[in-house]
Design a protein around this ligand. Structure first.
Ligand SMILES: [Zn+2]
Length: 156
């Protein structure tokens, strides 16, 4: 199955399981963008809210099922955030508690298994991806929380 087709299929399934996230993260998308509706959609149907011009033009982040991005965001950054959107859909109602649990347990950005997974979607960052995979491996060994989250996300 082509990647875009499987992404689109996962998007439809994920939106059902992830429906609570659409409500939970919508206020954050509106607050950050100053808009009630997305500016555009990615090719797999993820709503993208443009950040105001005062934000960094190339900045991008995911808020649950939404991507918040500067107008000139590069496709690699967008693909990374698309990875976080897929994670949000995979976790469904567990998305917010998972984020919170990782924050409360002091897992930093470079140790965050969600980042390792998202960097794998970036074709141009093999080096960064292997760095995050090593960190993920180390954390997987010492944290049952991370092991459980990785199981929920599936894959290897
Ligand atoms: Zn990320």
């Amino acid at each position: 199955m082509p990647a875009s087709l499987s992404d689109a299929l996962m998007n439809v399934l994920g939106q059902t399981w992830g429906a609570p996230n659409q409500l939970l993260y919508y206020p954050e998308a509106v607050r950050a963008s100053g808009r009630f509706l997305p500016n555009r959609f990615t090719t797999s149907g993820t709503p993208v809210f443009d950040l105001p011009d005062t934000a960094s033009a190339t900045n991008a982040l995911a808020a649950g099922p939404y991507i918040l991005a500067g107008k000139d965001v590069n496709p690699v950054a967008l693909e990374h955030e698309e990875g976080h959107v897929r994670q949000s859909q995979a976790l469904g109602p567990l998305n917010f508690p998972s984020d919170l649990a990782l924050k409360l347990s002091g897992v930093g950005y470079t140790e965050n298994p969600f980042e390792a997974r998202a960097y794998r979607r970036e074709p141009e960052s093999d080096e960064r991806s292997s760095f995050f995979q090593q960190r993920e491996q180390a954390l997987r060994q010492r944290s049952p929380l991370v092991r459980s989250l990785l199981k929920l996300l599936g894959g290897d």
